[in-house]
Design a binder for this molecule. Structure first.
Ligand code: KG4
Ligand code: ZN
Length: 334
């Protein structure tokens, strides 16, 4: 069964065709990075306009690359939230219209559930139970998944999301948007010369996070160090990344141990982080745990994860009414 997925919650317009909830036949992602780069963050009004401009073309391309005609598609799914309302509405309404015109079932999919499903699209997906860290520009949360579709929230950020902290620190360092990839690169190249920053909430039984303090500490350091930003960029990037990774690795490993899970997954845009992949893999090796990271194209926002969630919901008889709406914040815990 082929499902068409559509994603437009933030600054990527994406469409994908997925077979059987597992096999990606096509996956198109049109990034708006160029549009938002000069502003150091996503500008919501510009994001919605860009989604409207490209959505038809992106969907057409996904169908063409899949070699799928309208008659081959059995259901249409779109992200319903959380995200930017104006952006969400573009993909959501497009998907509803596409489904209505063809008499297909329509499914609304939570963006976070999509990210958590992304590891299941790997060649060698993890089984359940599983502990997952969802780390993106909007969210930082740890879940225990005892079985497919069951998500128990163990902890979340109390302020900034980790990707958001990366983006804000990059802005302070004059590195543009998005900040994650460039800080990651600088940090990995910096050698041993890292500035020491605090590790908030680094205690054992607590799975909540806080990243705004590290960001403030970076700002304070830059104001006081008495050197031009260009001269301290690498050391600051390395110190910031070290502090963040120590907290992330410590928490997810402890969550897994507390729940007796040997399987860990990291999903969301920050899962692309090279330093995180390395240090978690090392820690897992020493503790006999195994960590899954999706391939880079499935870490960031994409529509294949949306189609995959929808497939499993259809198999359970689920469909969403066309009167359903989008939401900017999750109305309930998934
Ligand atoms: O999941 P995603 O594409 O969109 C959201 O749902 O937010 O995540 C985007 C976030 C951005 O904050 C970006 O800076 C961050 O993921 N990111 C990274 C890396 N690549 C992207 N953060 C750290 N290291 C990276 N290599
Ligand atoms: Zn996302």
């Amino acid at each position: 069964m082929l499902v068409l997925g559509i994603e437009s919650s933030c600054d990527e317009t994406a469409a994908a065709v997925v077979e059987g909830g597992r096999r990606i036949i096509s996956s198109i992602v049109a990034s708006q990075v160029e549009v938002h780069h000069p502003y150091g963050g996503v500008v919501p009004e510009l994001a919605s306009r860009k989604h409207i401009e490209v959505i038809s073309q992106v969907v057409r391309q996904a169908l063409a690359e899949a070699g799928a005609g309208d008659r081959d598609i059995r259901a249409v799914a779109a992200t319903c939230g959380p995200g930017l309302i104006g952006s969400l509405l573009v993909g959501f309404c497009f998907a509803k219209a596409f489904a209505f015109a063809r008499g297909l079932p329509f499914l609304a999919v939570d963006h976070l559930e999509g990210h958590l499903e992304s590891v299941q699209l790997m060649d060698d997906p993890p089984d359940y139970p599983l502990v997952a860290l969802l780390a993106s520009g909007g969210h930082t949360e740890i879940y225990h998944l005892p079985s497919r579709g069951v998500y128990r929230l163990l902890g979340r950020t109390r302020d900034d999301a980790v990707g958001e902290a990366y983006d804000k620190v990059a802005k302070m360092l004059g590195l543009g948007y998005p900040g994650g990839p460039v800080i990651d690169r600088l940090a990995c190249e910096a050698g041993g010369d890292a500035v020491a920053f605090p590790r908030p909430f680094l205690n054992k039984e607590e799975f909540d996070f806080s990243f705004s303090g590290i960001k403030t500490a970076v700002g304070r350091y830059l104001a006081k160090c008495g050197r031009p930003v260009e001269q301290v960029r690498s050391q600051v990037a390395a110190g910031f990344q070290q502090a963040v990774l120590e907290v992330l690795v410590h928490k997810i490993v402890n969550a897994a141990r507390l729940h007796g899970c040997t399987r860990l997954a990291v999903v969301g845009g920050v899962a692309a982080n090279r330093g995180l992949r390395q240090s978690l893999a090392e820690r897992c090796r020493s503790l006999n745990l195994k960590a899954w990271f999706p391939p880079l194209e499935l870490c960031g926002d994409n529509a294949a994860m949306v189609a995959a969630v929808a497939h499993h919901r259809i198999a359970l008889g689920g469909a969403t009414a066309l009167s359903a709406d989008v939401y900017s914040r999750r109305p309930r815990r998934i």
